[in-house]
Design a protein around this ligand. Structure first.
Ligand code: UTP
Length: 420
């Protein structure tokens, strides 16, 4: 232990993080061991580099930006809809697709304690958790196609235990247990505006999940990619936890991806306001990518295909993707770039008192799933109707709050039932 402590002290000195041992003399022996082992496992070089590099903006001056063409669902003919849907349905019926729900986020904007998927939505006549809404949506597909789709749920170190317990407590919402698997994503320490790591407890450094783009690497590490291949699964549908209208599996979308010989597909929604703070799909140097809202000028946002009403840069990401297993294998070992997010996280201050900030105080470094797409030459982009497929819950102040999600969810259910 003494050797380990010596080692830790020299690492902390090198990276200017000595405050992490501030309470070392006051904590129990068991806690000392937890802290020392954690510190020995943190990659200080990586987090320091991420912090320093994140202060530099991405320089796009030498990057060629071009549009990523999209298909609009509303413009497909009845024949097209039926043709592509049948193609996708065949894959589902042949058990060649699995679903991955990315639920490893912290949900800091919602400020809800516990995994975001356990957040209860005040629906009538009964409240439902976000996990239940997703489970019901997949069960509907299972029933329609007389199959049981393997369902994988990505959790984080922070929320894994609670997530699994919630599923057990709710009897997996009626989903066959043997078809549900949880896997944990990786984590990184958080860092404050002074470049210091923070303590969550006097004996514990605060670490958090490193973004939904870590999904491929985590699938690989957990043996899921091999497992999928052994089951002859060819396609994976990826989605988040907080969009209550997400179609976790859409045969039309799948059929379109396959028919267009693509390995990747994403759904988009139309960005209504040209300067809204939303990133959009594009190509950067000819590869599928996302254009951050800071890089979007009014001119770019207003540009259209000549002599048409079709905008070139208005397709917003809605975290709904399909990828072939081959595509996943191609990116599973790549370290995607990191983005810096500024988030609210409680910390132990210098007096040893837990402080809950009322505004963002820490940087979190995250990989985003869409950054994997730039390793491919092309992808399919399908614009869908926001009222039918996009009602995320992010916080209580923006339009993406629980009340608007409930309204959209209920309106959609009513419209669906009346169309049957
Ligand atoms: P968000 O970007 O909305 O992040 O995640 P968040 O962590 O849920 O919430 P905030 O930003 O702290 O308020 C979009 C989706 O990606 C998942 C989330 O669980 C959500 O389904 N995600 C996010 C992960 O699976 N892992 C992560 O590290 C981050």
């Amino acid at each position: 232990m003494e050797d380990k402590l010596k080692n830790v002290k020299s690492i902390l000195k090198k990276y200017n993080q000595e405050h992490l041992l501030n309470f070392y003399d006051e904590i129990s022996n068991e806690e000392k061991e937890i802290l020392i082992n954690q510190l020995l496992n943190i990659d200080f070089e990586k987090i320091t580099k991420l912090y320093i590099n994140s202060n530099k903006n991405e320089n796009l001056s030498n990057t060629v930006i071009s549009p990523l063409p999209h298909i609009e669902k509303d413009k497909l003919t009845k024949e097209d809809l039926s043709y592509y849907t049948k193609l996708g349905e065949a894959i589902i019926k042949n058990n060649q697709i699995a679903i991955v729900t990315m639920a490893g986020g912290q949900g800091t904007r919602l400020g809800y304690k516990g995994p975001k998927g356990t957040y209860m939505l005040n629906l009538k006549p009964i409240k439902k958790s976000l996990f239940q809404i997703i489970a019901e949506n997949i069960i509907e597909t299972n029933n329609k196609y007389h199959t049981i789709i393997p369902w994988y749920i990505m959790t984080s170190e922070e929320n894994d235990k609670q997530t699994e317990e919630f599923f057990k407590l709710n009897n997996f919402f009626g989903y066959p247990k043997e078809k549900v698997k949880f896997f944990k994503q990786s984590k990184l320490p958080l860092i404050n505006t002074d470049g210091k790591l923070i303590l969550q407890e006097p004996y514990l450094v605060k670490e958090a999940s490193n973004g939904n783009g870590n999904v491929f690497n985590s699938m690989q590490k957990s043996g899921i990619i091999d497992e999928l291949e052994n089951q002859q699964i060819k396609w994976i549908s990826f989605g988040g936890i907080d969009n209550v209208l997400l179609k976790n599996l859409d045969p039309l979308f799948l059929g379109l991806v396959i028919c267009n010989n693509m390995e990747i597909g994403s759904k988009s929604i139309f960005k209504k306001e040209p300067l809204e703070k939303t990133a959009v799909y594009c190509k950067k140097d000819g590869k599928p990518s996302i254009l951050d809202y800071d890089d979007i000028t009014l001119e770019l946002s207003e540009s259209k295909i000549v002599n048409t009403d079709t905008y070139l840069y208005r397709e917003a990401n809605m975290l709904s993707h399909i990828m072939s297993i081959e595509a996943i294998k191609k990116v599973k070992d790549i370290e995607l770039k990191y983005h810096r997010a500024f988030k609210k996280n409680a910390f132990v201050n210098f007096e040893g008192v837990k402080q809950v900030p009322d505004k963002p105080n820490t940087f979190k470094f995250e990989n985003f799933i869409f950054d994997a797409f730039s390793y491919f030459d092309d992808m399919l982009l399908l614009r869908v109707n926001e009222n039918e497929e996009f009602a995320p819950i992010k916080d209580f102040v923006s339009i993406y709050n629980p009340d608007t999600a409930i309204e959209k969810y209920e309106n959609y259910r009513i419209a669906k039932e009346s169309s049957i």
